[in-house]
Ligand binder design. Structure first.
Ligand code: TYD
Length: 205
């Protein structure tokens, strides 16, 4: 792995798949290897993006409004945070990105892939993450893990099982389309097994 060149890594997965658990470990691992790491998230990552996140997670809205706001926040995020960091040679680790729009607004809500593709091209041109880690888990197990959470659930987490099944299927479809970029992590594995897999992926990247 070259230390001098910045990389853009995104983490994805259905709610409850354990993405947040692995995020901290991943960042520490990359820092220990000498990289300067910028940790960020979507929706959010900028002051304006965090305001949009509040609305997106808690206010009811039309599905196209939801998609447009996701991409509006993303436009700001790319300009203010992601692109400058990559140009500096930093590594960007982003908790969710455009694959989440294809999964949630596309698979979950039913917005067409054509419309999502237009927004993707408009907002990011041909910029794609260098690597996407997709934490995959059957929905019944993900739901059990979520049930243990003490906090209040957001608009997406409150959705029913079939919504989450469609989100999962859309993520897997996107991974199948772009196997070079998207690596699937079976989140039924133990923490140690997953960390070993992540190490292997990162050292071969
Ligand atoms: P999430 O990473 O789950 O936040 P937290 O771990 O703090 O709960 O992200 C919030 C939600 O936003 C998640 O349920 C998926 C949704 N989302 C979309 O629907 N579309 C998108 O494009 C993005 C980036 C996120």
């Amino acid at each position: 792995m070259q230390v001098s060149k910045g990389k853009f890594i995104t983490l994805e997965g259905v709610d409850g798949a354990g993405k947040s658990t692995h995020l901290g470990w991943l960042i520490e691992h990359l820092r220990a290897r000498g990289h300067v790491v910028v940790q960020t998230r979507e929706p959010g990552g900028t002051p304006l993006g965090e305001k949009l996140r509040e609305l997106l997670l808690h206010e009811a809205m039309h599905l196209e409004t939801e998609a447009l706001l996701m991409f509006a926040a993303r436009r700001e995020h790319l300009e203010q945070v992601i692109k400058p960091a990559i140009s500096r040679g930093d590594w960007v680790v982003c908790d969710r990105f455009t694959d989440a729009s294809f999964a949630y607004q596309g698979g979950g809500r039913g917005l067409s892939v054509e419309k999502l593709g237009q927004l993707e091209t408009w907002v990011q041109g041909d910029l794609q993450p260098d690597l996407t880690l997709l934490f995959d888990l059957p929905i019944d197990i993900a739901a059990q893990r979520m049930a243990g959470a003490e906090r209040q659930l957001d608009r997406f987490e409150q959705e029913k099982t079939d919504f989450h099944e469609r989100v999962r299927a859309a993520y897997l479809a996107r991974a199948a389309e772009m196997p070079g970029r998207v690596r699937i992590i079976d989140s039924r594995q133990t923490l140690e097994q997953i960390q070993k897999q992540l190490e292997q992926i990162l050292s071969s990247d």
